[in-house]
Ligand binder design. Structure first.
Ligand SMILES: Nc1ncnc2c1ncn2[C@@H]1O[C@H](COP(=O)(O)OP(=O)(O)OP(=O)(O)O)[C@@H](O)[C@H]1O
Ligand code: SF4
Ligand SMILES: [Mg+2]
Length: 339
């Protein structure tokens, strides 16, 4: 039996997804057989140490993985249609209008030579030609009220806005098109703490108002605690734990999640993921068996030999660890305290 979120119909469903980077040094499997559903109206926090594949997975949701990366296995179902079977043009039509991506640096997505109102007009009219320029500008102005930006800033060029305003504009562009799913990759990393807090308040407000579906990729555990309904934890290209936010914080099951959270005694907004002892593995030569075994205090013989599958436990939580393979009963052999 799953939680309410687990039981709802997924908006986007990733099944057995593999993304490989073909580098000179060899193949890097940045997303390794990941299964994940994103449910309408939820905020899903996607966390894990640097290099574990979060951005690659986020890009794959829009089929945006570029050379030397390639989606080499799996399905990406959006409303039940497999994005991997669509033409580039069909996927292009989905991007923006249905699925929007917001990056750490909004300047990479904004045209420096175009005023902000033109960005709105162009993207609204690209998806609906029946909307006049005047109507599109009016819609943008209303969104600016909602986003807390003075309407006259619509005439500015991107470089004239602050980083926080640019990030609001990106959210505004997604809302202007009624995007059903927004993937935000470290959207607040370049903002100072005060602006970040304001931006998060805005996201919270929008989440309530619009029933927004958001995948929030972040290093910041505080943001996850504030905003996420569910959390997906990645380690070395694998999804290792998936749970509603309260049980996950209350009782992390996967030893990696446990170690991540135990390095965070008080969760505040500025709480970055601390790096625990040891290094994440080199994905060119990943460890055998469970990829976490060289750093795991509970590692058993089987962990070095066989990769644990992601299994669903009672209550709908999912975890990939041999400690939980027997009917969800933890049988840890060691009491461990993390430094
Ligand atoms: N363009 C690329 N070419 C080769 N390898 C890449 C490329 N992009 C990512 N990788 C590799 O894929 C793995 C996952 O990278 P990714 O950027 O998805 O991780 P991440 O979790 O988003 O990290 P961060 O928290 O630092 O943003 C890493 O090992 C990285 O080196
Ligand atoms: S499978 Fe083994 S090594 Fe991996 S996290 Fe679980 S106990 Fe640790
Ligand atoms: Mg990243």
């Amino acid at each position: 039996m799953g939680s309410k979120i687990e039981q709802a119909e997924p908006l986007l469903s990733v099944q057995d997804l593999v993304v490989t980077y073909y580098t000179r040094a060899g193949e890097v499997r940045a997303v390794d057989h990941v299964d994940l559903d994103i449910v309408k109206g939820e905020v899903l926090g996607l966390v894990g140490e640097s290099g574990c594949g979060k951005s690659t997975l986020g890009m794959a949701f829009l089929r945006l993985v570029r050379t030397p990366g390639q989606i080499t296995n799996g399905r990406i179902l959006f409303h039940g249609r497999d994005l991997l079977e669509l033409s580039e043009r069909e996927v292009q039509a989905l991007r923006g209008a249905h699925i929007s991506m917001i990056f750490q640096d909004p300047m990479t997505s904004l045209d420096p030579l175009q005023r902000i109102d033109d960005h709105f007009v162009e993207s609204i009219r690209a998806h609906d030609k029946t909307v006049s320029r005047k109507e599109a500008v009016e819609r943008a102005a209303e969104l600016f009220d909602l986003l807390g930006i003075a309407r006259d800033r619509l005439h500015d060029y991107p470089h004239q806005l602050s980083g926080g305003m640019r990030q609001r504009v990106m959210i505004g562009l997604a809302l202007a098109l009624n995007a059903e799913l927004i993937i935000a990759d470290e959207p607040t990393t370049s903002l100072d703490v005060l602006v970040e807090a304001q931006f998060l308040d805005l996201l919270k407000d929008l989440k309530k108002r619009y029933d927004m579906t958001l995948v929030l990729i972040t290093h910041n555990i505080g943001i996850v605690a504030e905003l996420a309904d569910r959390v997906a934890v990645m380690y070395a290209g694998k999804l290792v734990e998936l749970a509603d936010v309260i049980p996950l914080f209350g009782e992390p099951l996967h030893p990696y999640t446990e170690a991540l959270l135990s390095s965070v005694p008080n969760i505040r907004l500025d709480t970055e993921l601390k790096i625990m002892e040891g290094q994440p593995p080199d994905l060119l030569v990943p460890p055998t068996g469970c990829r976490f075994h060289p750093r795991c205090p509970y590692a058993m013989d089987i962990c070095r030999e066989k990769d644990p599958p992601l299994v669903e436990l009672e209550g709908g939580r999912k975890v990939a660890c041999w400690l939980f393979e027997k009917e969800g009963t933890p049988h840890r052999s060691a009491e461990v305290s993390y430094a």
